[in-house]
Ligand binder design. Structure first.
Ligand code: SF4
Length: 699
């Protein structure tokens, strides 16, 4: 099954968490893979342009030390020596890895094992922290494990789909197509809840332009309303959950009636009533949530407010229903599976249970297992700036542009004793600060697996040779691990070796967790090469996956019950003020990916927006003395970004929007990260990228 035609290789799109199968060939051409169940051959604008992103222009092709080309041996020896020196002098917690949802699961596995099992610290975090950490935390609180219960067929089979903080039409276009197809075929109703009239909101049947940061109030109001009208599933609550009375009491305190909700959320009463009535009247409801929910100082509470409504009505674990987190990145889910977040251990094991620590320690034969969580992304770069992190390895991401309070992040990178950056592109804002640059294999050159939003593990396959001296990330990490004296534990020769070990760990003394792919632990190299997309879990003795989870109303908690979590509406971390009267919202464009290192190379993708812009309501523009096409400064208490004014009433007056993609390299001050506040959700550590008070002024 590896090849559809002799010239085309089945692989997976490297962009969003939809995880579309694509066919790649050396021509270079790319097309959708008709045999992949995530997309059945469809691709969006970004996916269709993949073949145009494969040039070697701007590639990092050789190891570099302090700007001078060197050989791999010299570079790797230096990396190992400096990490060893920092560990010996300042302890294991003085070093860190910062990884990316672009890494393949095998890369992540090796990085996580090296840091948590052999260096002895849990300081490995990832840009996925910026993407879906609040969903992970919400899942763990409700289900006992980071579980996405739904599958894409549920989108086909739902009668009502609620999209909360999700511009799926641009950010997960193939999934949104699936929803509009379902609407055409079976009359599925689509509801959008978002402060911004996004492309998604414009194409939904009902749009609630909610006041920023009031999602908890809206869903607490829904729970209280469902209780009032007797629309809860009492049998399910009794049989499968705990925590309902306190959760309902909290919801009722926030939302005694619909009018209170409407007032707090800035919505018309009739709109709120229509939404509540649609939920109450429809059994098959899927609630999709994405970065608009997650990127908040109360993101985890928002996730749980949504899940509470599904648990209280038993709308979970059956066809066409459930809470459904759409992940942003191609392998955010795969990273979570191996423990690529600082508060996870590995294979969905955490740091709180002794049995988990023993399980991972014994499996890895780890000499120095980390026993407590490490630093989450924003904390990690704060520690870097304070000199507590002495050596940092950044893999496949550009935190100088993408993290909030970017000026502080840049200063921290500059002050770092020893910075390693492995990437496939040269000259990123982060790479400029590096002591050592390591050339990484890019999409089309590297091989491994990724996991999409519906838990489907798919192969990325190489269809081009490695250019220059580029190497896969897992290889670099393995080489450094061997130099640190851990050769026996890192004796991998291929991604297949790593995958088999990862799969075996997932089933090792696993008594409760649903993440179990030990059925794939005995794949031969040929089986791995030919692996068809498969949804976890795949327990021992199986090769087939599992489409939908939680179907029996049993949860991976000690007592088998889900938890409803009492949550209360709370304001974002920073309120607008006279000095900063507007709220800055950030997000993706349809045709760009992250910091545009790949999509920025394609003229037809750049045609959607040639430069950084700021969408401003005409009233706010007039108040600031700005007109369409002017350049504006966007200034907050943390810094200043810049963009060309686009007048728009997609947001209410008082709110502005900037795309997240521009870096200073692409356009001076084009990165909104310069202005975004660094406050984080206290549970998940996810930054509040969608709500920063700012002021606008002409340049
Ligand atoms: Fe790639 Fe996402 Fe587009 Fe699919 S929807 S082709 S995964 S960017």
């Amino acid at each position: 099954t590896a090849l559809t035609t002799p010239a085309l290789v089945r692989t997976t799109c490297p962009y969003c968490g939809t995880g579309c199968g694509v066919l790649g060939g050396p021509s270079p051409v790319t097309a959708g893979d008709p045999g992949h169940p995530a997309n059945h051959g469809r691709v969006c604008t970004k996916g269709s342009a993949l073949g145009e992103t494969l040039s070697l222009e701007n590639r990092l092709l050789h190891p570099m030390v302090k700007g001078e080309r060197t050989g791999w041996e010299t570079a790797l020896d230096l990396v190992a020596a400096r990490f060893r020196a920092a560990i010996e002098t300042h302890g294991p917690e003085s070093v860190a890895f910062y990884a990316s949802g672009q890494l393949l699961t095998e890369d992540y596995y090796v990085a996580n094992k090296l840091m948590k099992g052999f260096i002895g610290a849990a300081n490995i975090d990832t840009n996925s922290r910026l993407c879906m950490a609040s969903s992970v935390a919400g899942h763990v609180r409700a289900f006992g494990e980071d579980i996405v219960p739904c599958c894409y067929e549920d989108l086909d089979e739902a009668d009502l789909v609620i999209l909360v903080g999700s511009n799926a039409a641009w950010c997960h276009p193939i999934l949104f197509r699936r929803l509009t197809d379902a609407r055409a075929r079976r009359g599925t109703r689509l509801v959008a809840i978002d402060p911004r009239r996004s492309a998604t909101a414009s194409d939904c049947d009902l749009f609630l332009p909610i006041h920023p940061g009031t999602d908890v109030l809206l869903f607490n109001g829904l729970l209280a309303h469902l209780a009032r009208i007797g629309a809860l599933d009492k049998a399910y609550l009794e049989r499968s959950t705990a925590g309902f009375p306190a959760t309902l009491a909290a919801a009722q305190q926030d939302a005694p009636d619909v009018e209170t909700v409407a007032r707090g959320c800035g919505l018309e009463v009739a709109l709120v009533e229509a939404f509540y009535a649609a939920f109450a009247a429809t059994r098959r409801v899927v609630t999709v949530y994405s970065q608009g929910v997650n990127q908040s100082s109360h993101g985890t509470d928002k996730v749980n407010a949504i899940i509470n409504c599904h648990l209280a009505t038993g709308r979970i674990g059956a066809p066409g229903m459930g809470p459904f987190s759409f992940t942003g990145q191609p392998n955010a889910m795969g990273g979570r599976e191996v423990g690529g977040l600082a508060n996870q251990l590995a294979a969905h094991a955490g740091f709180t249970e002794a049995a988990d620590l023993d399980r991972v320690r014994d499996f890895w034969r780890a000499p120095r297992l980390a026993e407590r969580p490490g630093l989450k992304a924003v904390e990690l770069f704060n520690a870097l700036g304070e000199g507590r992190i002495r050596a940092l390895w950044v893999m496949g991401t550009n935190p100088a542009a993408s993290l909030p309070d970017a000026a502080r992040v840049r200063a921290a990178l500059e002050s770092c004793d020893f910075l390693v950056v492995s990437d496939c592109v040269a000259g990123t804002d982060t790479a400029r600060h590096a002591d050592v640059l390591l050339p990484a294999a890019a999409w089309g050159e590297k091989a491994g697996t990724v996991t999409n939003s519906e838990r489907r593990i798919s192969r990325q396959r190489a269809f081009m040779p490695l250019p220059g001296e580029a190497r896969p990330d897992w290889w670099m990490l393995t080489q450094v691990a061997r130099r640190l004296g851990h050769g026996a534990a890192f004796a991998y020769d291929s991604p297949a070796d790593i995958f088999r070990e990862h799969a075996a760990l997932s089933g090792f003394r696993n008594e409760r967790r649903l993440f179990d792919i030990s059925g794939l632990a005995d794949l031969s190299d040929a089986d791995y090469e030919a692996l068809d997309p498969v949804q976890w879990p795949v327990p021992a003795g199986q090769r087939a996956g599992t489409a939908r989870l939680l179907t029996q109303g049993r949860f991976p908690t000690p007592d088998g019950r889900a938890r409803l979590v009492p949550v209360r509406q709370a304001a974002p971390a920073h309120a607008p003020s006279t000095a900063a009267p507007l709220v800055l919202n950030t997000g993706r464009l349809r045709d760009q990916w992250h910091t545009m290192t790949r999509t920025g190379e394609v003229p037809r993708l750049m045609a959607q927006a040639a430069e950084a812009f700021v969408a401003v309501h005409p009233l706010d523009a007039a108040a600031a003395g700005l007109r369409e096409g002017d350049i504006a400064d966007i200034t907050s208490a943390w810094g200043r970004a810049r963009g060309r004014v686009r007048l728009s009433d997609d947001l209410s007056a008082g709110q502005i929007f900037m795309p997240m993609h521009w870096t200073d390299e692409a356009m001076p001050f084009g990165s909104p990260g310069r202005a975004v506040n660094p406050d984080c959700d206290a549970v998940s550590g996810q930054p509040e990228l969608k709500h920063t008070p700012v002021r606008l002024s002409p340049v």
